[in-house]
Design a protein around this ligand. Structure first.
Ligand SMILES: [Zn+2]
Length: 168
């Protein structure tokens, strides 16, 4: 039964809830920080920045790209959730980097997904250029207050270090 495939997680949650300690934390970001980053399973956004629950808003997707939906989250975070500084953090060895949308499209079409022809995957054939474009997209968003600094970072999945590529 497919449902059983999720039982390990929900069982773990019962243990988590049994000594839950985060009740009452405000929804506003205590460190006034929002991070846009990749969904990569090697990234621990809170731990790597010395943050804990309640400190920051984390917006994740494939590549850590700035899309209309990323901007939607950042606009709301800036206006309602106390965010006053934003970083876009992409990373080394990203599955989206050094590839093109055409490669993703032809893979998926070859696997029978004809509708992939019309999809935009936001691959990053040139990672530096992609990061620049994404930081610029946040800075250019007129619904994000212009006094909010925006930086571009790259995380090294082998060393744990973050490099500041585009300073605020
Ligand atoms: Zn990635």
């Amino acid at each position: 039964m497919i449902r059983r495939m999720f039982d390990d997680m929900l069982e773990a949650n019962r243990r988590y809830a049994a000594d839950f300690s985060l009740a009452g934390i405000p929804a506003r970001a205590a460190k006034e920080f929002a991070l846009v980053t990749c969904m990569d399973s090697r990234i621990e956004p809170l731990a790597m920045l010395g943050l804990g629950p309640g400190d920051a808003k984390i917006v994740r997707n494939a590549g850590g790209r700035v899309t209309p939906d990323t901007l939607r989250s950042l606009v709301l975070a800036a206006h309602y959730l106390g965010v006053r500084r934003i970083a876009v953090m992409q990373h080394t060895d990203c599955a989206m980097a050094n590839r093109t949308d055409d490669e993703f499209r032809s893979d998926l079409v070859a696997g029978g997904g004809d509708e992939a022809e019309d999809w935009e995957f936001l691959a990053m054939p040139d990672p530096d250029r992609a990061l620049r474009r994404d930081v610029d997209a946040v800075r250019a968003c007129t619904l994000i207050p212009s006094d909010i600094p925006v930086e571009g970072w790259r995380y090294d999945v082998e060393t744990g270090e973050i490099r500041r590529i585009i300073p605020a």
